[in-house]
Design a binder for this molecule. Structure first.
Ligand code: ADP
Ligand code: MG
Length: 633
């Protein structure tokens, strides 16, 4: 059998494991249950993917987001590993076929949403599979105290009945002690081996600054950095407004929010990733799965809804381990706005049920009825028909979605995407033998570079024009290729869809959802309060406060947050500049003493010495035997 390192290098191309990966993998291979809490970007996926390759059977992965699952499956397929996402759209017959393929087709991974897992058909089929491992990703979704509670996650414990012997693994990026306990209890993880790392990010200088003039401060900070940075704002409108403002001040900026088309998102993201635009102005829709190592600064010009969200957002800075600055700018107005927005968006059970009834009326659904249809939903039209408030209505529909009363597909594909997954020999065969399918394939391969490697945006109209066919004919052909597993084809959907999942019974629905909604609202309020308290509390080191929130109490002070710096009498905004300049100066050079450094930098010696001390505390530099400062590698 190959060694772990051989497999790592063969499939992933990496030379060594990161952090506790190897220890986790060994535990999984011994068929022990595991709980893994490592920060985002630590490489958790590998902890179940690699051992699964070495074990017999299929690894079942439960994950909350279709997009994330599709990404993972694509990257496994690229490595030549067979993996499948069970799409929400399959009917009964297609589901049965998919499971037959799984059983007899050498598949190693099955990705599934917790909602899908509730179907008795799928449970039956899973019981028949030989499973190597069950991995529950983003396991904090299981707890109502978690920041992304999903009721369906609680029922994942059914897997203990279906596969009592199979090792289980729960993975999360962050969990408070209460959430962790919930995960262990609800999943009933026996003899579990726990792997957790401190969520501390000692290279982040966290600064929360009270400023009347937010725009001016942002501008000043961005001008001082001129490296890759993210500015988080509260609304989609603000992303545009702020980025225009920065651009007019000569700062290369772009923006990103959930309402952009796929093409617009890709362009904004690439401009930023390739350093054509230094500054990304974004809502919290930006970030999931983004892995850029050299983000030097993250700015918040609004308050995040929770400390969990805040941690995740600032966690995108300084992935390379070098010092990065994260600033949260606030004033009374921003705190007021944050509380106000929360109140405005909070929907209580009564309001949710009103929305439920109105939605049913909107589509003329009578009591006791449950139509099969996927309705096209226009939120604007709905709220103006009944004179409803926008944000609150949106929240209510989301509650109904989370409670599985209806399915609310909020992420339409604004353009069609396609990837060719079949090997060349089979492609030649199709091109040679099947006239229409062959010509579509040929056109795809000639016109869309990289279509073998990733999902590429395509245009059916363009293809139809080239082939002298109608758009409908092209769509049919692409769907055939998708069904035959030659390509993955995601057709564009311009509209939001809504499907009712239970027969209309207003009273019954009200009773079944009230408790969950009340507790979700309470959690939301508490989390927002904790965030505001963190901002306002200027007596304890910021990093210390953050860690205490996540149950880590034994840390020393960070030494580089605004409060620590203030105590040490260091002018806040100079720190990053001076520290960066010192590290740069020492890079690839012999050691220097404090005098030499302050002369070379043209900076006040006292300030330089204070910064040097901090860098020593941070283990970035050390004093050598000649009493000169040098980098620690
Ligand atoms: P998480 O789920 O913990 O947020 P991911 O599994 O998405 O993290 O991995 C984050 C990134 O780290 C990915 O790009 C992954 O390929 C990379 N990675 C994982 N393990 C290693 C390793 N041993 N060496 C280098 N890169 C790794
Ligand atoms: Mg992950």
């Amino acid at each position: 059998m190959s060694t772990l390192l051989e497999i790592l290098s063969k499939y992933w191309g990496y030379k060594s494991f990161k952090g506790p990966q190897q220890a986790i993998i060994k535990t999984v291979l011994q068929k022990q249950n595991t709980f893994v809490m490592l920060p985002t970007g630590a490489g958790k996926s590998l902890c179940y993917q690699l051992p699964a390759l070495m074990m017999d059977g299929i690894c079942l992965v439960i994950s909350p987001l279709i997009a994330l699952m599709e990404d993972q499956v694509q990257s496994l397929e690229k490595k030549g590993i067979k993996a499948l996402v069970l799409s929400a759209k399959l009917n009964r017959h297609e589901t049965i076929i998919a499971f037959d393929n799984l059983r007899y087709g050498n598949y190693k991974f099955l990705y599934l949403s917790p909602e899908k897992l509730q179907s008795p058909l799928i449970q039956g089929k899973i019981a028949e599979l030989e499973l190597s491992l069950v991995a529950i990703d983003e396991a904090h979704c299981i707890s109502q105290w978690g920041h992304d509670f999903r009721p369906a996650y609680m029922k994942v414990s059914i897997l203990n009945e279906l596969h009592p012997q199979t090792p289980k693994m729960a993975l999360t990026g962050s969990a408070t002690p209460q959430v962790k306990q919930d995960i262990l209890d609800i999943l009933n993880l026996k003899d579990v081996k726990i792997f957790e790392e401190s969520v501390a990010r000692s290279n982040l200088s966290i600064q929360m600054l009270y400023r009347e003039n937010i725009m001016g401060t942002l501008l000043q900070l961005l001008k001082s950095c001129q490296e890759s940075s993210i500015v988080y704002v509260g609304t989609r409108k603000d992303t545009v407004h702020f980025s225009n403002f920065f651009k007019s001040a000569g700062i290369p900026a772009t923006f990103y929010h959930g309402g952009l088309s796929h093409d617009e998102k890709t362009k904004a993201l690439n401009d930023w990733l390739d350093n054509r635009k230094n500054v990304m102005v974004a809502t919290n829709a930006f970030g999931m799965g983004i892995d850029k190592s050299n983000v030097r600064m993250i700015l918040h010009a609004h308050l995040p809804n929770s400390i969990e969200n805040y941690m995740q957002e600032i966690g995108r800075a300084g992935r390379d381990g070098l010092i990065a600055d994260v600033y949260l700018l606030y004033n009374d107005n921003i705190i007021f706005e944050s509380e106000n927005m929360l109140q405005k968006s909070m929907a209580n059970p009564d309001f949710c049920i009103t929305i439920y009834s109105k939605l049913n009326d909107f589509y003329h659904i009578g009591h006791g009825e449950n139509p099969e249809t996927n309705f096209i939903f226009d939120l604007q039209e709905f709220i103006s028909t009944y004179g409803l408030p926008l944000i609150k209505t949106y929240t209510a529909i989301n509650h109904l979605h989370q409670e599985n009363i209806l399915f609310f597909n909020q992420n339409p594909n604004k353009s069609s995407r396609l990837r060719v997954i079949e090997k060349n020999s089979k492609l030649f065969e199709i091109q040679a033998n099947k006239k229409d399918l062959g010509s579509v394939l040929q056109l795809l391969l000639r016109n869309y570079g990289g279509i073998h490697d990733e999902m590429i945006t395509i245009s059916e109209v363009f293809i139809a024009r080239k082939l002298n066919k109608t758009r409908k004919e092209v769509v049919d052909l692409l769907q055939t290729l998708d069904k035959d597993k030659v390509v993955i084809y995601k057709k564009k959907r311009n509209h939001v869809e809504l499907k009712f999942l239970v027969p209309r019974e207003d009273n019954f629905v009200f009773h079944s959802i009230s408790k969950n909604i009340v507790s979700r609202n309470k959690t939301k309020l508490l989390k927002s309060k904790a965030m505001i308290e963190l901002v306002k509390n200027d007596s304890t080191c910021r990093q210390f406060q953050l860690l205490a929130y996540f149950g880590e109490k034994n840390h020393s002070e960070c030494g580089i947050c605004d409060l620590c710096l203030k105590r040490k009498n260091i002018v806040q905004t100079n720190y990053q500049k001076t520290a960066g300049a010192i590290l740069e100066l020492l890079k690839g050079r012999n050691a220097l003493d404090a005098n030499e450094i302050s002369i070379q930098l043209g900076q006040d010696r006292k300030n330089v010495i204070k910064t040097l001390h901090l860098l020593i505390e941070r283990n970035s530099i050390q004093l050598n035997l000649q009493h000169k400062f040098e980098l620690i590698h």
